[in-house]
Design a protein around this ligand. Structure first.
Ligand SMILES: NC(=O)c1ccc[n+]([C@@H]2O[C@H](COP(=O)([O-])OP(=O)(O)OC[C@H]3O[C@@H](n4cnc5c(N)ncnc54)[C@H](OP(=O)(O)O)[C@@H]3O)[C@@H](O)[C@H]2O)c1
Length: 274
């Protein structure tokens, strides 16, 4: 494994296993994305609702790295699902990104009404067939949402992006996705930074001469989960990418997994607050 390691999605598209998340990166998004690309990242995770697609697009362009070498994910927000404006939403995202296509387009959050999720997803399938995105997926879908979607969708989602970190591994959803051939991506992989001071991982970190965040990112990768840690700080962006020169033993993986206290960093998908 190295920074160019990819996971092959169920439609054959390859996604880099490590990406940079830019939720709440705000005005620092541009410099964060430039720093990540300089450090070798080739995968950026944004969303319409993060209001930083334009900065992501400019950073990609200014890097002069060919577009096809960079994997861009963006997401469809609930308002555009409810108002049935899916093609317009992706068109707006692409305009802001200044790109002809996105690599992965996700439903950001399920709506309570399963028919609405199906309806949006069928529109997304058309966008896939028109080459506006290379892969489709969902985010924050529980197994029941995926089952409901399967009742009306033509295609299985390639990805389900869910909260997963040592304090809330979300194992049952991960296992469900693995059984169905849906790749899982971990959001808030560092529990929004809360794992950084986890004393139970200090010994492991010193053993490998790594930091606790590096141990946790490695744990995600060894579970076969795509991981998108966010930082706006160049040193941390670099630090988070130096996770390919050591390997956690089985018992050490279990030590990280044992931190599970079923405590989320974000909302439960069934809270439907949007
Ligand atoms: N689909 C969804 O509903 C959803 C929801 C949440 C997030 N996401 C995606 O997942 C990405 C990651 O999740 P997240 O942003 O919630 O949280 P996260 O990646 O778990 O943690 C980010 C926090 O950790 C800090 N941090 C990062 N690396 C560090 C290091 N090496 N040492 C110390 N602190 C470090 C960051 O601070 P600094 O920035 O100051 O370094 C930031 O405060 C998001 O950016 C977004 O792309 C998706």
């Amino acid at each position: 494994m190295d920074i160019s390691t990819t996971v092959t999605l169920n439609n054959g598209v390859k996604i880099p296993a490590l990406g940079l998340g830019v939720f709440k990166s705000g005005k620092d998004t541009y410099t964060a994305v430039r720093a990540a690309l300089d450090a070798g990242y080739r995968h950026i995770d944004t969303a319409m609702i993060y209001e930083n697609e334009a900065q992501v697009g400019k950073a990609v362009k200014d890097s002069r790295i060919p577009r096809e070498q960079i994997f861009i994910t963006t997401k469809l927000w609930t308002d555009d699902m409810r108002s049935r404006k899916v093609p317009q939403a992706l068109e707006t995202s692409l305009k802001l990104l200044d790109m002809g296509y996105t690599d992965l387009y996700l439903i950001h959050w399920p709506l309570r009404d399963a028919k609405e999720n199906i309806c949006a997803y069928l529109e997304m399938e058309k966008l896939l067939s028109h080459g506006k995105t290379r892969a489709l997926g969902v985010s924050n879908f529980e197994p029941h949402h995926l089952d409901e979607l399967a009742q009306g969708a033509g295609l299985l989602p390639a990805v389900n992006q869910i909260e997963s970190n040592p304090y809330m591994p979300n194992t049952s959803v991960l296992e469900y996705c693995a059984r169905r051939g849906i790749a899982a991506e971990a959001w808030s992989p560092l529990a929004r930074g809360r794992v950084v001071n986890e004393p139970k991982l200090n010994l492991l970190a010193s053993k490998y001469n790594k930091t606790v965040p590096q141990i946790v990112i490695r744990w995600h990768l060894q579970r076969g989960i795509i991981v998108i840690p966010k930082s706006i700080k160049k040193e941390r962006i670099i630090e988070n990418s130096k996770v390919f020169d050591f390997e956690l033993a089985e018992g050490e993986m279990a030590l990280v997994s044992a931190l599970d206290i079923n405590k989320r960093s974000g909302s439960h998908p069934d809270e439907y607050k949007y």
